[in-house]
Structure formats: structure tokens, C-alpha cells
Ligand binder design. Structure first.
Ligand SMILES: Nc1ncnc2c1ncn2[C@@H]1O[C@H](COP(=O)(O)OP(=O)(O)O)[C@@H](O)[C@H]1O
Ligand SMILES: [Mg+2]
Length: 246
């Protein structure tokens, strides 16, 4: 079976005034279908850049990215937009919900934009709201929801098109530790129900414990990786991570 994500020799640099910053210097990464992978690394190691490129939000300078069997570099801007809408889910640290829409309407938005809303989507939203334990909040607008509830609405919005892959960049960065723990558990439940591969960026070893595998970036390259099940003690996981990240 083809992998969910395959990244080959990926390079990306940015201009910062007079300087050229190499954010990614040849990243190689393969993620299997159904895997839950945490991308970790120090601030500035290239995590967000890698995630943005994989989520088709930006283009690399060099290298290849394949998501769910599709090579992104072969797509036109138009095709990329459609691919992003239909085949990729994203969650960011900021919840990015539309303040004037209810939770239900926010979740339905990607399908509305795609012009394909039907009864099946309505039923799927109901299922997502139940799995994420926010069914009693469906008619509330974001300002009436807690941060944790808003981020769960963002999970549902990311999964409404049933994308094969979901990318998340520090999604619990704005949540307290209780809401964050609940977020990870509910995300796992939702991903399992919808058979979604998860690639998440985090710098918190506690969050990484929910993943199957941790891939560590250092200075724009993969510096190591390990299976989470090899560490039943969170302290040992964090210590091992530090040896690869620095
Ligand atoms: N849009 C941008 N313009 C200029 N430099 C950027 C931009 N995005 C990221 N960088 C630089 O690229 C490097 C990697 O950044 P980033 O991918 O955001 O790392 P991380 O998410 O691991 O903190 C950093 O040196 C950062 O300053
Ligand atoms: Mg980042």
C-alpha cells in the first residue's frame, strides 16, 4: 500500500532581509497509512515549514512531496486548492473559526465552499459532534464556546471531508493542560473513526505520548526518530527526545 505521506529530499529557504535562511535542508520522511506521527524539534528547527509544505499551503524549493498517492508538485495552483480542500485536513494553534457562524455551520463550511453539501455530510457532522462530545454545542457561536470546545470544532471541520491525512501544528498551544489532554484523546477517537492518518507538530513531550512515532527535526533535517511504545515512562521519552533534538 502506498504511504500516506512521502517526502523526498525536501528543501526550503526564506529571505530574511539580506540573509537567506535555510529552513529545510533535505528532509526525508515516510508516514504509513493510519499512523499517528509527532514531529518534534526545537523552535526554528523547521517543523512548521515542513507541515505547511506537506499540507500544500506553500511550495518547496527542491524535492518531492506525495500525499495520499498524489505528487503535489504535479498540481497546478487550482488543482492544489481543490486537493487541499478535499484530501487534507488542517488544525492550527489559532482556532480560526468564523465568529458569525455556529459550531455546526463552521464544521460545514469546507463542504459549502466545495459546493457539495448533502444529507450525508449533515449526518457526519452529527457523528463528529458526538465523538468530540460537543453535540450540545452545535448551535453556539465560537464566542460562547471554551477554547477546548473551539479546538474540537476545528477537529470536526478538518475531518468533515474525510481527508486521508490530517496535519496539525501545535494545536494545543492555546489550551490549558486539561483541555489539551482531552483534545489528544478526542482527536485519536475521531481519527480512528474516520481512518485518518495524523501528522502533528508539537514541542511538548506529553503530547507526543499520544502518537505512535516521534520524528525529530534539527536544523532543517531529520535527526532521529523513535517509537512511542518503547517509552512507557514520560520522563524517559522526554530525556531520549532531548538527546536527538540538541
Ligand atoms: N515566512 C518566513 N519568512 C522568513 N523566515 C521564515 C519564515 N518561516 C520560517 N522562517 C524561518 O525558517 C526557520 C524554520 O522556521 P519554522 O519552520 O517556523 O520552525 P519551527 O516551527 O520548528 O519553530 C526559522 O529560522 C524561521 O525564522
Ligand atoms: Mg512552528
Amino acid at each position: 500500500m502506498e504511504p500516506a505521506v512521502k517526502v523526498t529530499h525536501l528543501k526550503k529557504s526564506y529571505r530574511q532581509g539580506e540573509r537567506q535562511v535555510q529552513a529545510l535542508r533535505g528532509v526525508e520522511l515516510t508516514i504509513a497509512r493510519g499512523e499517528f506521527v509527532a514531529i518534534m524539534g526545537a523552535s526554528g528547527s523547521g517543523k512548521s515549514t515542513l507541515l505547511h509544505l506537506c499540507a500544500a499551503l506553500d511550495r518547496p524549493d527542491e524535492g518531492s512531496i506525495e500525499v495520499a498517492g498524489q505528487k503535489l508538485e504535479t498540481l497546478s495552483e487550482r488543482q492544489l486548492t481543490q486537493f487541499r480542500r478535499r484530501r487534507i485536513g488542517v488544525i492550527f494553534q489559532q482556532f480560526n473559526l468564523i465568529p458569525t457562524l455556529t459550531a455546526f455551520e463552521n464544521i460545514a463550511l469546507p463542504v459549502q465552499l466545495d459546493g457539495s453539501f448533502n444529507a450525508q455530510h449533515s449526518a457526519r457532522i452529527g457523528e463528529l459532534l458526538r465523538i468530540l462530545k460537543i453535540d450540545h454545542r452545535a448551535d453556539h457561536r465560537p464566542d460562547a464556546l471554551s477554547g477546548g470546545e473551539q479546538q474540537r470544532v476545528a477537529i470536526a471541520r478538518a475531518l468533515i471531508m474525510e481527508p486521508p491525512v490530517l496535519f496539525a501544528d501545535e494545536p494545543t498551544g492555546n489550551l490549558d493542560s486539561n483541555s489539551a489532554n482531552q483534545f489528544w484523546t478526542l482527536l485519536e477517537d475521531a481519527a480512528r473513526a474516520f481512518d485518518t492518518t495524523i501528522v502533528m507538530v508539537t514541542h511538548e513531550p506529553t503530547a507526543a505520548r499520544h502518537a505512535d512515532r516521534v520524528v525529530v527535526l534539527r536544523d532543517g533535517q531529520v535527526s532521529g526518530e523513535f517509537a512511542v511504545q518503547d517509552f512507557d515512562d514520560p520522563g524517559a521519552l522526554a530525556a531520549h527526545y532531548q538527546t536527538i533534538a540538541t
